[in-house]
Design a protein around this ligand. Sequence first.
Ligand code: UD1
Length: 424
Amino acid sequence: MSKFIIEQSPGLSGTVRISGAKNSALPIIAAVLLSEGQCRIEDVPLLKDVINMCELLKWLGFKTTIEKNECISIQSSRIKKHFVPYELASQMRASFLVMGPLLSRVGKTRVSLPGGCAIGTRPIDLHLKGFAAMGAKITQGHGYVEAKAKKLKGAKIYLDFPSVGATENIMMAACLAEGQTIIENAAVEPEIVDLANFLVNMGAHIKGAGTDTIKIEGVKKLKGCTHTVIPDRIEAGTFMIAAAITKGNIRIENVVTDHLKPISAKMREIGVEIMEEETAIIINAKEKFKSIDIKTLPFPGFPTDMQAQFMALMSIIEGTSIIIETIFENRFMHVSELKRMGANIKIEGRSAVVEGVKKMTGAKVKATDLRAGAALVLAALTAQGESEIKDVKHIDRGYYELEKKLCALGAKIRKIDVDDEEIE
Ligand code: UD1
């Protein structure tokens, strides 16, 4: 267990390099289960979730080597097991992403149900409907879901909601299925395109990734390949807010500016100056900020994964800002913690009304989930005095060396290991 001690840190400045995207790396590592060769994945953020996914592949029989320079090599071999026990699945929600590849490659899979989490119930019905449409027999019991199909058959699948995970799982399952699969109302997030590019590199036939209709023509085999993970747009967005909230000036390198458009548009509306280069973005926050409204939506709408961090910034902008969360039903866990730091926020159903305050004040707070934790770190950078953020493990799940990167920009952050008793 660790905690952060953060002092007010005005005017962050300097250059930061963004790591590879966690939400790309996880499905890509799961997709290696489809290959019959050696895969090398570069620019992988070596986060707890990523290490857990590698452990899962090892458990299933693959040889996984984590190299020093944020690179992972995975050697395909015979898949020894087809089930994921509770102990492994409960470590990480994304473990469910091995279901599509396992079903497609070995014709059966049994995975512990992921269950809810701090931000909502997070059902998997759309994943299962997709597998069933491809001919799989699905059964559930004792906390597990099982899918079986001698050979998956291509199908036309309409998703009721453009779920990122369901699109990824079905796309992976379809790669080795017989015939053509069409996913309609598919998610269009950049991470879907990255996964599709990886699968195509391995020899899959996929068209339309990044649009709402993805067509996959099943092939007999997939080979190994080398792939570089796209930069993490949420990490980049978090550093954009770090620059704004501290009235700083930060150059953010290794970004795809197109992926950041929904975030940049809102930052500009607030009054933040943004300069774009080919693979970098420079944030300059000198002007007076204006309050804004935000509604989270699937890409290219405003990302739910940036909602909490924007709320931290809105908390110190004069006037009223409104946030509507449409993706997850319970994603306002950070509100009570931000209020402990002096923010003035009211929740009404899926909306949050934020009345800007002149200043926030340092307090003892708790990270309840990954992005909520990031929001508290950002708030602590502007809050007067010292803040203590407990349960940093949530933040470590999604940000690679966040405190080191922020310290290099001038932030005053210390990470302290504490024993469990003190946390209680
Ligand atoms: C992924 C991201 C997560 C991000 C989210 C939305 C990963 C590892 N995680 O999560 O960071 O916040 O996309 O951009 O990539 N739903 C159903 N049934 C299903 C599947 C989803 O009702 O079978 C609902 C969910 O409860 C949620 C919404 O659809 O309300 C969006 O979920 P989804 O897009 O699937 O998110 P994840 O893939 O879990």
